[in-house]
Ligand binder design. Structure first.
Ligand SMILES: Nc1ncnc2c1ncn2[C@@H]1O[C@H](COP(=O)(O)OP(=O)(O)OP(=O)(O)O)[C@@H](O)[C@H]1O
Ligand SMILES: [Mg+2]
Length: 288
C-alpha cells in the first residue's frame, strides 16, 4: 500500500469536546468512564479499541443519541443535550456500524436521496448530490437496485453515500471499512482523506484496523474497557507490542516485524516505522 503523507491541519478551534465521567446502560453494564476527547476543525481522528471496548457507545454519546451520562459534550461550544436533533444533524452525521441499522428505503436511490430531500434542497440539487455521492463510493449504476439485494460491503458504501449527499461538516463513522475487501478498505480511506483535505470535513472514525490507521489519521485515542488510555499522533500511540496487547490490540504488522528485528535480532533501526513507506526508507539507510 502506497504511503499517503499525513499532514496535520493548522491549529484550529475545538468543534467537539467530550468529558464523560460515567455512563452505564440500563442493564447495569458500565460502558464509559474517564473519557476526555477534544476534536478540532479539520482533524481526522481515530478511536481505536478492541471488541466491546466502548467505541460505538462513545460515538453515540458524541452524536447526542445517548444523553444520560455523567459529564459534558459540547458541539461548537454548545451543550449537545440542549440542542435539538435538527440542530445536531445540520452539522454532524453518524454512520452506524451495521448498515442494516441505517438503511431503510426500498432502493439505493430513495435511501441516498432521503437526507438531502429532508434538508430542503431542490430536486435538481438532490439529483446532483446523489449522483456525486454514489460515484464517490463507486456505486453508480446501482441507483435502482433494491437495498435488500445488496452485499454487505455494498450496503456499507450506500450508507456512506447517504451521508456524503447531505454534506455534513463533521462525520462520525463507526468502522467504515469493516466488511470491505482490501482494495475497498483502501479506497474508502482515500475517499475519507479527500473529504477531509479538500472539503475540510472533520472526521472521527472508530476502528480496530491498526494497519490502516498510521497511513491516514492525524491523531488517535485508544479506548480500553470504556476509558481512554492513550492519545496522540500514531507515533506516540503505537508503542511496544506488549503495551498494545494489554489493550487487546497489536502494532501494525510492519512495525511488529521491525520491532522484533531491532529488539530480538539486534538490527540497528533508529525508530520503529509504522508504514511500509517509512520501513523501506529505514531499511535503505541500514543497507547503504
Ligand atoms: N444496549 C446495550 N445494553 C447493554 N449493554 C450494552 C449495550 N450496547 C453495548 N453494551 C455493552 O457496552 C460495552 C461497549 O460496547 P460497544 O458496542 O460500545 O463496544 P465497541 O467497542 O463498539 O465493540 P465492537 O468493536 O464489537 O463494535 C460492551 O460491554 C457491550 O456489551
Ligand atoms: Mg462497535
Amino acid at each position: 500500500m502506497e504511503d499517503v503523507k499525513r499532514e496535520m491541519p493548522p491549529e484550529q478551534e475545538t468543534r467537539l469536546s467530550l468529558v464523560v465521567d460515567a455512563f452505564s446502560y440500563p442493564d447495569g453494564t458500565k460502558a464509559l468512564s474517564s473519557i476526555h476527547i477534544e476534536i478540532k476543525r479539520g482533524e481526522f481522528i481515530g478511536i481505536l479499541g478492541s471488541n466491546g471496548s466502548g467505541k460505538t457507545t462513545l460515538l453515540k454519546v458524541m452524536d447526542g443519541l445517548i444523553k444520560d451520562f455523567k459529564g459534558k459534550v459540547l458541539l461548537d461550544g454548545k451543550d449537545i443535550r440542549k440542542l435539538s436533533p435538527k440542530e445536531i444533524y445540520r452539522k454532524m452525521g453518524l454512520i452506524f456500524q451495521n448498515p442494516d441499522d441505517q438503511l431503510f428505503a426500498p432502493t439505493v436511490l430513495e435511501d441516498v436521496s432521503f437526507g438531502p430531500l429532508n434538508m430542503g434542497f431542490s430536486g435538481q440539487e438532490v439529483s446532483r448530490r446523489v449522483e456525486e455521492a454514489l460515484r464517490d463510493v463507486e456505486m453508480e449504476g446501482y441507483a435502482k437496485k433494491s437495498i435488500h439485494n445488496l452485499s454487505y460491503g455494498q450496503k456499507k458504501r450506500v450508507c456512506i453515500a447517504g451521508l456524503l449527499a447531505m454534506g455534513h461538516e463533521i462525520l462520525l463513522m463507526d468502522e467504515p471499512t469493516a466488511g470491505l475487501d482490501p482494495m475497498g478498505e483502501y479506497k474508502m480511506m482515500r475517499l475519507l482523506t479527500k473529504l477531509n483535505r479538500e472539503r475540510g470535513v472533520t472526521i472521527v472514525m472508530a476502528t480496530h484496523s491498526v494497519d490502516l490507521v498510521p497511513l491516514f489519521l492525524h491523531r488517535l485515542y485508544i479506548v480500553s474497557k470504556g476509558s481512554i488510555v492513550r492519545g496522540g499522533v500514531p507515533e506516540e500511540v503505537f508503542t511496544a507490542p506488549d503495551e498494545m496487547s494489554q489493550v487487546k490490540l497489536r502494532l501494525p504488522q510492519i512495525a511488529e516485524l521491525i520491532y522484533r528485528l531491532k529488539h530480538e535480532d539486534r538490527i540497528n533501526f533508529e525508530k520503529i516505522p509504522l508504514t511500509i513507506g517509512e520501513a523501506r526508507r529505514e531499511f535503505c539507510k541500514i543497507v547503504q
